[in-house]
Design a protein around this ligand. Structure first.
Ligand code: SF4
Length: 441
């Protein structure tokens, strides 16, 4: 049995890749090791969307090289966005790497591991790096008999045909590829049969699901999923505002399972910066979508991504972002300092903003977003919320943690038998990022 240690960095799509890779490895005769020191093979699934996670990848790869000096039989594989971005350069930079893989090649890894272990030289998987299929191979989504928690990720598409000037995703995940609706629906039914009550549909831009195939559209897919008995909640991420049309908005009003929560990355509140970012919408367009969403579902929770310090961003641009954040009143947001990404248009732009200014703007923005998010948590006090209980709380054995329809985390006294159930919870307190409640009734 090959013992594999798997280290994962990055987004929910990487987490989902890693979870499927675990099943693929187990079904391919491997077992998971608890640490690199106890493994025959170390696999690192990487992220390069920002500079910081990419640096962590290099630090880990470096550490694995040292381990390999002590244990020359160790096989090291690097996958995901950094592998795709760097290609052969990565093999040249770190002598200890045996192979590279991408997210379309996960199902080929067990066979490759056997081949690499039998080989005396480093084996680079260039053919896999260049792999850009037009369809998903369904072997990438293996069945397993494990019981799931109440919430599961479900990848429906990947890649992106947009070319936002700051974003490396189209270069590393490639153009859009959608799974067939038939495969997605079968997968969803299987997960529900295994105890899942909430699905989180994943893709770089889910709103463009099915655009290149003769298959159904994303709103139609939501309607089909909505009919699955036993499925209680659907969420999805990520949505580019340009592709959030009226048929999507309508789903929030009419579908039983679609949660009143949307993550809609705005990135900036300045039209000039949005133009340079090549986002394809203006501030006015974004606010119009927000208004349509709120008409369709007045209680909808909106969350977003924001970038500060994009090249040439002035104080005035930054103030526009602050005003937009106040105007929309996001329930929560992820904000980042712009970092240069290789292969992107913005990398070469003049007018890069200094580190100090980016740090200052990020601190100001995060103060504002935190204040607004806190207001939204405080508003929930005194209300009774339907909470899907996900797991025991990390802080106390006597408490459990779950999420409201609006994706707010709630902790309350309760035992493990509640996990997987949807229960009414009276909200009694707002903490910094979560709510505290008690079983209602
Ligand atoms: S839509 Fe999203 S994934 Fe696509 S290029 Fe823009 S930021 Fe990147």
């Amino acid at each position: 049995m090959i013992r594999v240690y798997l280290e994962v960095y990055g987004c929910q799509m990487n987490e989902d890749d890693a979870s499927r890779l675990t099943t693929i490895l187990e079904q391919g005769g491997c077992m998971l090791a608890e640490s690199p020191e106890l493994a025959d093979v170390v696999l690192l699934h990487t992220c390069s969307v920002r500079e910081k996670p990419e640096q962590r990848v290099y630090a880990f790869a470096n550490r694995m090289q040292w381990l390999k000096r002590k244990n020359p039989g160790l096989v090291l594989g690097i996958g995901g966005c950094v592998a795709k971005q760097e290609g052969r350069a990565l093999l040249e930079r770190f002598w200890g790497i045996d192979f590279l893989f991408d997210s379309y090649s996960l199902h080929k890894i067990p066979e490759l591991l056997r081949a690499v272990r039998e080989s005396s030289s480093h084996v680079a998987m260039n053919t896999m790096l260049m792999d850009q299929p037009e369809d998903f191979d369904e072997s990438l989504f293996p069945c397993n008999n494990k019981t799931h928690g109440p919430t599961a990720f479900l990848t429906i598409m990947q890649g992106c045909d947009h070319k936002c000037s700051f974003c490396i995703v189209p270069h590393v995940r490639g153009p859009e590829v959608s799974r067939s609706s038939r495969a997605i629906l079968m997968h969803a039914r299987r997960l529900v049969g295994q105890g899942v009550r909430e699905l989180v549909l994943l893709g770089q831009n889910v709103n463009r699901y099915g655009k290149h195939t003769q298959d159904i559209t994303f709103p139609e897919l939501l309607r089909e999923l909505d009919r699955i008995p036993g499925l209680e909640r659907i969420r999805f991420t990520t949505s580019n505002p340009t592709d959030a049309d009226d048929s999507l908005v309508e789903c929030f009003a009419s579908l039983r399972t679609v949660c009143p929560h949307l993550h809609l990355p705005v990135q900036s509140g300045s039209d000039r910066i949005l133009g340079l970012m090549r986002r394809g919408y203006t501030r006015k367009d974004y606010l119009a979508i927000v208004e349509r969403l709120r008409q369709a579902r007045p209680d909808i929770a909106l969350t977003t991504d924001l970038i500060v310090g994009f090249p040439t961003e002035t104080d005035e641009d930054f103030q526009s972002t602050l005003r937009l954040v106040e105007e929309v009143g996001f329930d929560s947001s992820f904000s980042f300092k712009y970092s240069k990404r290789p292969l992107t248009e913005a990398e070469k732009m003049e007018g890069q903003v200094s580190k100090e200014v980016k740090e200052e703007r990020l601190a100001i923005l995060q103060d504002v977003t935190q204040r607004i998010a806190q207001k939204s948590l405080l508003k929930a006090i005194g209300s009774s919320q339907e909470v899907l209980v996900e797991k025991p709380s990390k802080m106390s054995k006597e408490e459990v943690m779950g999420r409201t329809l609006h994706n707010k985390a709630v902790v309350f006294f309760g035992n493990q038998s509640l996990v997987g159930k949807i229960v009414p919870v009276l909200i009694i307190e707002a903490l910094r990022h979560t709510l505290r409640g008690q079983l209602d009734g």
